[in-house]
Ligand binder design. Structure first.
Ligand code: ADP
Length: 346
């Protein structure tokens, strides 16, 4: 079905939810609240927030920080207000979970004024997912979340890693934008920041072309020409050199962050968590990420790692001091749960 814009989408949803045959409610006013994923909350939002005019203005003021995402999120909010009249709208921010990072982890070593005037700093993303899987892990390990140190690896098309200290985000690999950090499907992740100057001065690429290259043509795709991990793994099996290199680089970057975060957490780590498309499904990638780490107390059981499943599960062996878990993420459910919690508190 062609759904060209948010308005059509919300109209469709309204019909689907309320139609007499398959609908689950009588009319749209039966809905208590609508939870919206809003990508950039800047420094303004540290928790889920009921949307009113002031909140909309604040989301608008964060558009420069997420020009591709926040305008779309606002269109969704406006469409929801139009088709679900009188229903409370709640914004759940992708950046909110990471607002607990200490300043030493979120600042860039640029002159202070660029932080003070322009808010150039690391924000981190995928917060809803990192938070959700950390709660799943706490439940699985039967320990209070406040007592846990975790490294969560969200490996989807976009990818980020989060160091969680005593249940709170302590450090994360994405920065002011989702381009920093891990190698992703089509994003480069960490590179020498002088490369764009070189591309502009010597290759004569425009600012826009550089942006497109780093966001859409780099990462796994840049190295292997493919961006679906299933295809890259299959090509590697066939002996394709570029697919082999892409996977080697992808895994090395993840291991670099695991090393850094393990040290950042003072060596106190309860569990490493794999989640999202690649993290949940690609046993080969998990194996490569966790290879030869027994000196750090990390050992996986290859049979457990290979077994497929949809539930939270442990893939470390009995000797491993640090647990290694697969926790399937569910950002929509987490947004709904956070919206529900906020409603109950009000
Ligand atoms: P998004 O960031 O778009 O939500 P997903 O979390 O759905 O992404 O992850 C997409 C990635 O997961 C793709 O690279 C895809 O190849 C990978 N993936 C999904 N299933 C498998 C699988 N069985 N084996 C390897 N990779 C997989």
């Amino acid at each position: 079905k062609n759904i060209p814009d948010h308005e059509t989408g919300f109209r469709e949803m309204d019909e689907l939810l309320t139609n007499a045959k398959e609908g689950v409610i009588k009319n749209s006013s039966d809905i208590s609240a609508i939870g919206h994923r809003v990508v950039h909350g800047g420094e303004t939002f540290t928790k889920p927030t009921i949307i009113d005019e002031t909140v909309i203005k604040a989301i608008e003021s964060n558009v420069p920080l997420a020009p591709l995402h926040n305008p779309g999120n606002l269109s969704g909010i406006f469409a929801a207000q139009k088709f679900f009249k009188g229903v409370i709208n709640i914004a759940v921010f992708d950046t909110a979970f990471h607002q607990t990072m200490p300043e030493g982890n979120y600042r860039y070593a640029l002159p202070n004024e660029y932080y003070e005037k322009y808010k150039i700093r690391r924000y981190g993303f995928h917060g809803t997912s990192h938070q959700y899987v950390s709660k799943l892990a706490a439940k699985f390990l039967n320990k209070p979340i406040e007592s846990l140190n975790l490294i969560t690896l969200h490996l989807g098309n976009g990818a980020s890693v989060c160091a969680i200290k005593n249940g709170k985000s302590f450090d994360t690999s994405m920065g002011m934008t989702p381009l920093e950090g891990l190698i992703m499907g089509t994003r480069a992740g960490d590179i020498d920041p002088a490369i764009p100057f070189f591309l502009a001065d010597h290759v004569k690429l425009s600012y826009k072309e550089i942006d497109t290259m780093l966001n859409k043509e780099s990462g796994l795709k840049g190295i292997s020409s493919l961006n679906d991990m299933r295809d890259i793994l299959a090509k590697r099996e066939e002996g394709d050199k570029n697919a082999k290199l892409a996977i080697e680089m992808y895994v090395k970057r993840i291991r670099k962050y695991i090393g850094a975060y393990l040290v950042g957490l003072g060596g106190k780590l309860d569990a490493i968590i794999f989640t999202a498309g690649i993290g949940e499904n690609a046993s080969e990638i998990r194996k490569l990420c966790m290879e030869n780490l027994s000196m750090l107390g990390i050992e996986i059981d290859e049979n457990k790692n290979k077994a497929s499943g949809k539930e939270v599960r442990e893939i470390n062996n009995d000797k491993s001091k640090i647990k290694v878990l697969i926790c399937p993420t569910n950002e929509e459910l987490e947004i709904a749960l956070q919206a529900k919690e906020l409603l109950q508190a009000n």
